[in-house]
Design a protein. Structure first.
Length: 265
């Protein structure tokens, strides 16, 4: 008989960390209970939300932060059970987070020629998301690769925006974002393709590193997206990147403030 889709280890994906080594209930102990999940999603996402609310003058739509928080919860469930349902929830929550982010923040200047308004783009994004969600059930092992490929489109958009921006602070933040992303995707690929090596030296924890590194990349990505969005949607204001609690701190949370240009009489 086919295993239940909720059963332990019914997923098509198994990461490098040994299963049930430290717990009879948790399949991948460090990927589930480690500081990577706590830091990258369950702590970092609420912190990001609070900083944006407390320090930014922007009226930013925070819709993408809710599915991002759910992604952390579903990731814990998936790594705890390695179930088919857990795998799909983990992957689909990332897909839905991207769909919300694209819906609200994708620059109208890059809309397809057949799309004239943000409302039409919502419909296009929604239909694409529904189709992508249904396709995710066909070959779940390919979902993670497809989701990672979306990063190349985001990098392409960032490069195009940077060409129009002379602010060195923005360029520096983009460089830091790309650095964390490059380290993150290297860790992810290493865990997938070089598992035999890491198990041989008893260090199969690169997927845990992936969680932390991709969260750090998102920490810098979100203010960049908002910065560019303000440039398009609120041209009467000048966005400025800031760091909380201070520029001099080794660990900071970047955010965006607004400077209203002086009106000439």
């Amino acid at each position: 008989t086919m295993p239940s889709i909720f059963s332990y280890q019914s997923a098509e994906v198994d990461w490098c960390e040994s299963n049930f080594e430290r717990s009879a209930v948790i399949a991948e102990y460090y990927n589930t209970t480690g500081w990577d999940i706590l830091f990258s999603f369950l702590l970092l996402t609420p912190l990001k939300f609070l900083v944006l609310e407390a320090f930014s003058e922007l009226q930013v739509n925070h819709g993408a932060l809710v599915p991002l928080l759910l992604a952390g919860i579903f990731s814990m469930y998936f790594h705890m059970t390695l179930s088919y349902v857990g795998q799909l929830l983990d992957e689909l929550s990332i897909l839905w987070t991207l769909a919300v982010a694209y819906s609200f923040w994708y620059p109208q200047a890059y809309f397809p020629k057949c799309i004239k308004t943000r409302r039409h783009f919502f419909w296009l994004t929604g239909i694409t998301t529904v189709i992508s969600t249904l396709m995710s059930f066909i070959k779940p092992t390919l979902n993670a690769y497809a989701l990672n490929c979306i990063a190349f489109h985001l990098l392409y958009l960032t490069r195009r925006e940077l060409k129009k921006c002379n602010d060195k602070r923005v360029h520096r933040m983009a460089a830091v974002m790309v650095m964390w992303w490059a380290l993150a995707i290297t860790s992810w690929i290493s865990d997938r393709w070089l598992c035999w090596l890491w198990q041989a030296i008893n260090f199969p924890y690169f997927h845990s590193f992936w969680h932390v590194l991709i969260a750090l990349s998102l920490l810098y990505c979100c203010p960049l997206v908002i910065y560019f969005d303000v440039s398009y949607e609120m041209p009467s204001f000048k966005p400025k990147l800031e760091y909380w609690p201070s520029d001099s701190w080794p660990v900071v949370v970047p955010y965006v403030t607004l400077e209203e240009p002086h009106k000439q009489c």
